[in-house]
Design a protein around this ligand. Sequence first.
Ligand code: FES
Length: 190
Amino acid sequence: MDPQTATLLPVEGASADAARVDDADTPLLGTQAPLFHSRRDFCVTACQALSLAAVAATIQACGGGGGNPNESGGNPLPLLSSLNATVVNGAATLTVAGTALASTNGAAMVSTPNFGQVLVVRTDAASVSVMTATCTHQQCTITGFENGVFQCPCHGSRFNTTGGVVRGPATASLRRFNATITGDTLSITA
Ligand code: FES
């Protein structure tokens, strides 16, 4: 037979099942390919989408990715030095000679028996500013400081030397304490 005029004929004995499989996998010309070939394909794709949505929601719940100093692009500030105070006549008391608080603009984390951990910054020769070290966002302990700015390690909130928010996600100022410095003696009261 001339190959150019040959006619394709059904193959004797070919199974109907085989024909149906071919029909399912190969879309007809002029028709659109199905989005999912099977229920399993649909489930796999749907689960992947849900997983991505859950990760995004978790990041958002943690205060947003951009505010975390430990994430790419973040900028953690140097850690504060730690000092301990004792209680004298109801005031948390500390000798600052030889510490970071001996000079203006120096700052430290001070552990007190009566007010917990507080942030102290020496604002000039005769005065200090004292505020709680507990972040107002989700109560992490603030540990970073540089150039008059305190930073929380959890989500990157920053506070100035009077406890005001200079960068969120925190929105509330830090609680402040009354404090005096006389000679080398720092006294902190409620
Ligand atoms: S606890 Fe979130 S920024 Fe401090």
